[in-house]
Design a protein around this ligand. Structure first.
Ligand code: PLP
Length: 501
């Protein structure tokens, strides 16, 4: 209500009451004024009612919600279901215009403003969690892999001669497939083993740049966040090569925003060398549903170029989710979550070390992986190790991976030996667990308990089995193994029931 209306209301309600209400209202209005004026993520989070108020105000600014609207176009944000309408706060126009995802949509002033505010709030967050030099951010309603495609397609326009993308190996399918989908041929750079850790082979990267010729390479795609025992790529050294040879550098920072280490290395790489864009998932870093990612960079022009490569309009849902979440967390809330995550990573490592010691195993030393932890497993057949994975899964443990290091996988005609382990010949089998944003102490402790139980079962069964096999003739060992697999699952299911009861 504006002051004129409030004055009129004094005929109905005592002025002092109205004054108090007006003061509360002015606090909210001040929050909005500051947000639109400074375009930064607020330090302190807003409460849900203030967030709903601003979303409603913004949606009232879109033409589909104008009382006098008369739509005669083919896209008028008409929404049939009331449920869908409510789910989207009456925002129906999406973001962007036909040729640019960042452009203002004349029919949707509110959605357009919301989009701009979100991009600048994310920029503010990135700058304050370690990448101070970030020049622009673009929230896109596609997950990370597709956003990498968009970056690569933008580079293709600038480098017509390019055919290849140089890619230090990381065994994650979507980033590899983004190269294929963008129509480039991947050049896979195997990692070097340094202690327990897999790291970028920088001399090999340089050799490949010069042997293929810098102009034939669309980009080097490095990775920060990944499963241990792979470490963050040597971003600074690769960035220097990119600068020296004039080759673009795109960083896959899928879940790296939550780690000050990943963010710091991106900042340093941009300081000492070349970084064209870094891409991160919204769900993995900001606790929103899957659906969006942020493309960020150090040259606002290039990020603008990427926005123009996106054909057509786009869903505003991932933007709205992020907008609401950042307002709700505030920078303080986000930083607190990051601190808690860091502490939990330590806790998780300690508990995994305890479990490992109990079974004569060990946690692999991976100083350059700030999120994921790997623990060695006894040498085993791949199938038997898979059973350990299912045992954990049946006990409600999700997200852990058991890696036998002997799997072979062919993706788009490229054969990966040791698939899952980022290497052709990693010396030990292992399992991984990650400490990521939003994890709780309870998650960590339950995981350690269940891991302990499963390993105990798994190893004692293995012992019994090998005694069985020795007492039977050799030819039966394969069958014996199959029995092991079955008995593991059966007993796990039984125990599961018992635990639930
Ligand atoms: C999650 C992730 C991706 C992208 O996956 P999307 O499903 O496309 O978001 C790429 N690389 C790594 C290392 C990831 O963790």
């Amino acid at each position: 209500m504006n002051s004129t209306t409030l004055k009129l209301a004094e005929r109905l309600i005592p002025a002092t009451y109205l004054q108090q209400a007006a003061e509360a209202q002015s606090v909210y209005e001040k929050q909005i004024r500051i947000l639109v004026d400074q375009r930064k993520c607020p330090e302190d989070g807003w409460d849900d009612s203030a967030i709903e108020m601003i979303i409603n105000e913004l949606s009232q600014m879109d033409s589909n919600n104008f009382p006098h609207n008369c739509g005669v176009g083919e896209r008028e944000a008409r929404i049939y279901s009331g449920l869908v309408l409510r789910r989207h706060y009456r925002l129906g126009h999406g973001i962007g215009r036909s040729g640019d995802i960042a452009e203002v949509q004349p029919k949707a002033a509110g959605s357009s403003l919301l989009n701009k505010l979100t991009n600048s709030m994310v920029l503010d967050v990135f700058r304050s969690v370690g990448v101070q030099k970030t020049a622009a951010c673009l929230v896109v309603p596609m997950a990370t892999g597709m956003s990498m495609v968009l970056c690569l397609l933008t580079l293709r326009q600038q480098r017509p001669k390019s055919k290849y993308v140089l890619w230090p190996r990381i065994d994650q399918k979507s980033c590899f497939k983004s190269i294929i989908t963008a129509g480039f041929e991947p050049i896979i750079v195997e990692n070097c083993l340094e202690g327990d850790e897999l790291r970028t082979d920088v001399p090999e990267v340089e050799r490949l740049i010069t042997s293929h010729g810098p102009d034939t390479i669309a980009a080097i795609m490095t990775t920060t966040s990944c499963f241990a025992p792979r470490g963050i790529d040597k971003l600074e050294e690769v960035a220097k090569l990119c600068l020296q040879y004039g080759v673009p550098h795109v960083i896959n920072n899928a879940y790296g925003v939550q780690s000050s280490k990943c963010m710091h290395h991106i900042q340093q790489a941009a300081r000492v060398g070349r970084v064209d864009a870094f891409v991160q998932s919204t769900d993995k870093n900001f606790m929103v549903p899957v659906g969006g990612s942020v493309i960020a960079g150090f040259d606002a022009k290039f990020i603008e170029q990427i926005g123009k490569t996106y054909p057509g309009r786009a869903s505003s849902s991932p933007v709205v989710d992020l907008f609401m979440t950042l307002l709700s967390m505030g920078k303080k809330g986000y930083k607190k979550l990051l601190e808690e995550r860091k502490d939990l990573k330590k806790h998780l490592a300690e508990l995994m070390e305890q479990v490992a010691r109990e079974y004569g195993l060990r946690v692999l030393t991976c100083k350059n992986n700030p999120i994921s932890i790997a623990m060695s497993l006894p040498v085993e057949e791949s199938a038997a190790l898979t059973e350990l994975g299912s045992m954990l899964f049946l006990r409600g443990v999700s997200g852990t991976r058991v890696i036998a290091t002997t799997d072979v996988k062919t993706i788009a005609g490229h054969k990966f030996e040791g698939w899952g382990s980022h290497s052709k010949n990693y010396p030990v089998a292992y399992l991984t667990a990650a400490a990521s944003i939003g994890m709780t102490t309870k998650d960590v402790e339950l995981f350690a308990q269940r891991l302990n139980k499963c390993l105990g079962k798994f190893l004692s069964k293995k012992e019994k089995l090998s005694q069985n096999i020795m007492s039977v003739n050799e030819g039966d060992s394969v069958e014996g193994n199959a029995n092991l697999d079955k008995s593991c699952v059966d007993s796990t299911e039984r125990e599961n029931k018992v635990e639930k009861e």
